[in-house]
Design a protein around this ligand. Structure first.
Ligand code: TYM
Length: 355
């Protein structure tokens, strides 16, 4: 299953091909939103169903880069895992686990802290956004180093593809930079240069209250997002109240260009229905929001309600969720450990403990 490098490849002479393998993660720092579902979860399931090896992680170590109440963190980690399964992740076909159970993530994260440069981290827009208008001196060191742990998550498995939403693009570019610098510094061809998979109609789902802002679990307004735990009435009410402009829907996708709220709702419809934006525009050209919003609400409820009820069913048995996460962690560790051991060897660490 893993893609070990033979010692003779360490000189960097042999160009290495890596097996296709997907890794992605979600932070359990709050409840999951429609943005997480369309930008990530739904696509994670599609990748699993294409038969590619898939490894998915609740990144609890990333979550604590900002303060998390311990009891809530535990609950949100289980809820996230339940959302994966409810959305269609089969924990037998995919590996599903929480990051802190596989210590190799933190170990490789440290090594990457020594590869990555302060300047690289300081240029991350997420770091800048999260500290904007606040005292950056008071942010945790972990928040600054966040992207280096994220690179470790991915490269620890020699993952080659990473499905994410648009907002993670810069972090993936940094992952590539870290892989390239490590390979160059040590004269090896050890880490793959990963491909971000940012595909589909909803790689950036926007707030329902402001079409220029990303839909986010950390937005203070609950009206700005659809949560995967919202019931049917709440979903319908939030869509009904979503901000729009007074014009009817255009008859070409071009016509959505300067209409961020309208474009967002059309993108959401397309992604939920599995249609292209052009198809949705064809079906609703000239329609008023009074017609389009109820259609969108019906579609959202039809797609999301089964997931919500399955999540609720799974959450009734937290021990079973913990068992699934533990089993996934064992399988993840079995891939990660040998790769990490090679990293220690490459970097010159003595590994003489008897196992
Ligand atoms: P996080 O937890 O913020 O989001 C998880 C995934 O959901 C996507 N997403 C969205 N997609 C479309 N529209 C939105 N409004 C929206 N909001 C969130 C994100 O792009 C992401 O794919 N740093 C990552 C977690 C992480 C990770 C990794 C991801 C840690 N290690 C390794 C991939 C590989 C994050 O904070 O995602």
């Amino acid at each position: 299953m893993s893609s070990p490098v033979s010692p003779d490849q360490k000189g960097g002479q042999t160009p290495k091909t890596f097996m296709p393998r997907i890794f992605s993660g979600i932070q359990p720092s709050g409840g999951l939103t429609l943005g997480n579902y369309l930008g990530a979860l739904k696509r994670f399931v599609e990748k699993q169903d294409e038969g590619i090896e898939t490894i998915y992680c609740m990144v609890d170590m990333h979550a604590i880069t900002t303060w998390q109440e311990p009891a809530k963190l535990r609950q949100q980690t289980r809820e996230g895992a339940a959302a994966f399964i409810a959305a269609g992740i089969d924990p037998k076909r995919s590996i599903l686990f929480n990051q802190s159970q596989v210590g190799a993530h933190a170990e490789l994260g440290w090594i990457f802290n020594c590869v990555a440069r302060m300047g690289w981290m300081g240029r991350m827009t997420q770091w800048k956004d999260k500290t904007a208008g606040k005292n950056a001196e008071a942010a945790s060191l972990g928040l600054f180093a966040y992207p280096s742990l994220m690179a470790a998550d991915i490269l620890l498995y020699h993952a080659t593809m990473v499905p994410v939403g648009e907002d993670q693009k810069q972090h993936l570019e940094l992952t590539r930079d870290i892989a390239i610098k490590f390979n160059n510094d040590y004269g090896v061809d050890f880490f793959p240069v990963v491909e971000p998979l940012i595909e589909g109609a909803a790689t950036r789902v926007m707030s329902l209250r402001d079409g220029t802002k990303k839909m986010s679990k950390s937005d203070p307004s609950d009206q700005s997002r659809i949560n995967l735990t919202d019931d049917a009435d709440t979903i319908a009410a939030k869509i009904r109240k979503a901000k729009t402009d007074p014009a009817p829907l255009p008859d070409t996708a071009e016509g959505l260009k300067d209409r961020p709220e309208a474009r967002n709702l059309v993108n959401i419809y397309a992604a939920l229905a599995g249609h292209t934006v052009d198809q949705v525009i064809r079906d609703f050209a000239g329609a008023q929001f009074g017609t389009f919003k109820p259609a969108l609400a019906d579609l959202a409820v039809a797609k999301l309600s089964p997931i919500t009820s399955e999540m609720n069913r799974l959450m009734a048995d937290p021990a079973e969720i913990d068992r699934i996460l533990g089993d996934g962690a064992d399988r993840a560790d079995a891939i990660a450990r040998p790769i990490l051991e090679q990293v220690y060897d490459i970097t010159g660490m003595i590994r003489s403990r008897r196992k």
